[in-house]
Design a binder for this molecule. Sequence first.
Ligand SMILES: [Zn+2]
Length: 399
Amino acid sequence: MLDAVLLGVLVAAIAIGFGLGYRQALRRAWQTPPDPSEALSRDYFIGLNYLLNEQPDEAINTFIQALEVNSDTVDTHIALGKLFRTRGEADKAVNIHQNLLARPALSALQNEQVQLELARDFMALGLHDRAQRLLQQIDADSRHEAHRVTARRLLVDLFEREKDWQSALEVMQPLLEQQPDMQRAAAHWQCELAEQDVTQASRTLAQRRLKKALQFDARCVRANLLLAELAMDKGHYADAITRLGRIADQEKAHIPTMLPGLQRAYRNAGDEAGFERHLLALLEEAPYTSVIVTLGELTHRRDGVDVAIERTGERLGVAPSLGGLDYLLDLYVESQRLSGREPPDSRLFLLKHHTRALLENRPRYRCQRCGFSGDTLTWQCPSCRHWGSVKPITGVEGE
Ligand SMILES: [Zn+2]
């Protein structure tokens, strides 16, 4: 597909160049003996010949040689470089961009544009030092704000790849007001640094960073999760419960993420009744499987398996799910075991076998932006690199 796009761009560019060259040649025929359109047309037909013989690489090389570098064709060269980079041939893109930079015909604006592209090529090739030097130079020297912003955003991308969160923050902090989409990322950089502080520096410093993260992005679930952990470590269970409670308002989809912490906080506080009330309130807002199962476990321990079956069955009637059904079957198996009936009903085991098989190998988390799915919660999507877009999968087949 990319080959087709690349060839389309080239054929169009050469055809236009051929047409222009031919017209100019006609106009100047009386004074200019060498006809530029001749060489152009020769390359054009050689390229076409390669194309017809299904040799796209040779065709592309011939077309590139035929495409003259001047201020009118810079954009075409840049587009070609981008296409090479996206199809994994960044080294070819470097050649195109370095070739462009060697031409005196470029304006200052075009020169910077090409340098930004070259920095992207270096990043794609893993040459981070060279990319960083180039970008820092553009950031320091450019008179065009848009180029400075692009250079900084690319620097941030580079620092993120190197997990250098402090440098990412320093580069982007002055621009956060104008770049609201970076505020969420900045909150996560603070969280990353806070996690380092917990193990390497001080908890007070970590706490300060996490509060800063919430100033950057009031919907940063991760900051509240970490603040709750810090509160719990100090034995401040009520604080931890308040922090975790806020997550339901920040992002309902993350209720399953905070539930184990919430359970631990209430347990440490010795307040099981409070936990049940909290769960019932959550159930009203978000009848997720994890909430229903946790409530079922509480009822099971306190009132016995049959009451748990009844309540869980009612709740699943309102919000059915495969995970909920699997748990209900566990309760039925337990009830049968307690009744001492012999032989046990094999149909229950068969059903349980099926729900297990259906639940196995299912991803638990999905990126809301690009659809990437996996078994662990990652705060930065490994595929689209967006922060905070990976969330637990809820619903009939979720959790
Ligand atoms: Zn994604």
